[in-house]
Design a protein around this ligand. Sequence first.
Ligand code: 13P
Length: 251
Amino acid sequence: MRRIIIAGNWKMYKTIDESVELVTLLKRSLVDIEGIEIVVCPPFTSLSDVHEALIGTNIKLGAQDCHWEKEGAFTGEVSCQMLKSAGCEYVIIGHSERRQYFNETNDTVNKKVKAAIKEGLRPIVCVGEKLEERQAGRTFDVVKDHVENSLAGLSKDDMLKTVIAYEPVWAIGTGVVATKEQAQEVHSYIRGLLMKAYGSDVAKETRIQYGGSVKPDNIRELISQEDVDGALVGGASLKADSFTQIVKGCL
Ligand code: 13P
């Protein structure tokens, strides 16, 4: 059985104080939740403080990116080992904003995914097409390219530690959520790719989140889809109320 996973990607929002304030509220509002994996991904600067605040709770910590080298002269970068030491269990890799603004490619995503797994972190690997790609009927091609090349060379065990987030770029931050049918169609396609590459056991166990304008009022129908195993939430994860409602909408 795949356990639902709801993760909040805070992007470049929240100072340390604001981060701690938000998780302090979330700890209270989500204390009774069982059976759903809850993850928050604050900016690097807040990780340690948020980790402290989350000790002993049912909320886990993730980062938003990593470098693939363990250490070295890479000014501005943060290694998986450093993330681990800050208390992270998860790391988002290959978000479309990183692909778009910071030259992230399938190749760098692949290196990061392998480094994260080696360090004992669970990667959340983002894939998804742009609006013009969908309009040109290229959705499946783009998703296949992202999935196959971002995850190239992973063993079955590695894959079982990995979460895939399908995030159509046209749905991110736009308020235009994919319909449940659009989400299900791509999620089931991704599961089919996993089936071919890793066999049915791995395909059945791997969780595929949907991301892009997830809100309290659309989570129920998205999560009702057979192959939608959770959500990666941007804007609505920045407020305790809306993130709590999204998590509770999956019960
Ligand atoms: P929004 O929920 O703000 O559309 O962002 C989605 C996202 O990019 C999560 O990684």
